[in-house]
Design a protein around this ligand. Structure first.
Ligand code: NAD
Length: 355
């Protein structure tokens, strides 16, 4: 039997509630896939600041680096919003990704047939959407130097090196090889020099994947096409800021932010987390949707541990729970047979995943 060491970072707000459900489902699937998990908890975000004075204690980095993968809930909340920038929970998270070197953020956006009415777009536009945004995560304008502001000017620098583009492009092409073999690279090459380099380098890397069809699209057009005809996309490859915006837009295709997982990979240890935040407005009420976190655990099984059968079992269990009409409160108005709590939803999915 294989044992995997998982670092659990529950974080703030609904983080602990949703991670507990993902662990329940992981343990259920382990029992029937001849695998085992050992968990070690680590602090990050506001809860870490309250206890240690630092939103990202060194011990958390050590525990994470000493694991096979990190399963992460969410951090942040009003209580910590007025701290100096470097003490804020969000700064801890940015630093964490940089420390681990996870440069590729994968965000699938899938529309479940059962929830087709939950999207703000028409069913005929979104039926069957299944795309993956591959976003560069630790470079570009969010990290470029020089940056700063004075009384009258603010400035940031959008910079990418050839190496940074090469490695993220390889990730996108490799993922496309496991899907329908199409990559659309998003840039602003008609205006930005950095995007011209991006386009040239992605094209060069693309020659190493002759089976994958590569197209390029300007980011403004991509934002429009995602709403007009999202099914045209398979893998969308893009830089940090464009990916930040487009992946949030793509997430809305599916109807609830509580459904969407993500993976941050590229280094030895990957981080698997829902795309939503700590939802302080509903924390502690037992109504958060745990599905995004449960599907993040499934991505962890697939991308970090190579346990594809276990990952498939979790995905099928989620589909079955939705198909049978189980809904958490955020989706209660969409064909619910039974509205369940966070913990009930976790148990239903765990039960199906164990079969
Ligand atoms: P949010 O994603 O936490 O919440 C937005 C809305 O979606 C809220 O109404 C919330 O109740 C709802 N929601 C989110 N997740 C849900 C779930 N699983 N089930 C049901 N409903 C859900 O975004 P926000 O309100 O802008 O931010 C709250 C805090 O989270 C802030 O401190 C922010 O900085 C932080 N944040 C953290 C992360 C992260 O940890 N990766 C990401 C985004 C925001």
């Amino acid at each position: 039997m294989k044992t995997y060491k998982i670092a659990l970072i529950k974080g703030d707000g609904i983080g602990p509630e949703i991670i507990d459900e993902a662990v329940k489902v992981l343990d259920a699937v382990a029992s029937c896939c001849d695998i085992e998990f050992s968990y070690e908890e680590a602090l990050m975000g506001g809860c870490a600041y309250d206890i240690t004075g630092d939103p990202l204690p060194q011990e958390t980095i050590n525990i994470s680096l000493n694991s096979d993968a990190v399963l992460f809930g969410a951090i942040g909340g009003q209580k910590w919003d007025n701290l100096p920038r470097e003490k804020r929970p969000e700064s801890g998270l940015l630093r964490f990704r940089k420390e681990l070197g996870v440069y590729a953020n994968l965000r699938p956006a899938t529309v479940f047939d059962e929830l087709i009415n939950a999207s703000s777009l028409k069913p005929e536009v979104i039926k069957g959407v299944d795309l993956m945004v591959v976003r560069e995560l630790i470079g570009g304008i969010y990290f470029g130097e020089p940056r700063g502001r004075d009384e009258n000017r603010g400035w940031n620098t959008m910079v990418y090196t050839r190496d940074e583009i090469v490695r993220i492009a390889h990730q996108a092409f490799k993922i496309a090889m496991t899907r329908s073999k199409r990559v659309c690279s998003i840039d602003k090459a008609n205006v930005l020099d950095v995007s011209q380099l991006w386009r040239d380098v992605v094209t060069e890397v693309g020659r190493e994947y002759p089976e994958v069809e590569l197209t390029h699209m300007y980011v403004d057009n991509a934002a429009m096409q995602l709403i007009r005809d999202p099914r045209q996309f398979d893998v969308m490859l893009t830089g940090n800021i464009f990916g930040d915006i487009l992946s949030d837009e793509a997430s809305m295709l599916s109807g609830s932010i509580g459904l969407l997982p993500s993976a941050s990979i590229g280094a030895k240890i990957g981080v698997y987390e829902p795309i939503h935040g700590s939802a302080p407005d509903i924390a502690g009420q037992g109504i958060a949707n745990p599905i995004a976190t449960i599907l993040s655990a499934s991505m962890m099984l697939r991308y970090a541990l190579g346990e594809n059968i276990a990952a498939d079992k979790i995905e099928s269990a989620v589909k079955r729970a939705l198909k049978e009409g189980y809904r958490t409160k955020d989706l209660a108005q969409y064909d619910a047979k039974e509205v369940c709590s966070t913990s009930e939803m976790g148990s239903i999915i765990a039960n199906y995943a164990a079969k």
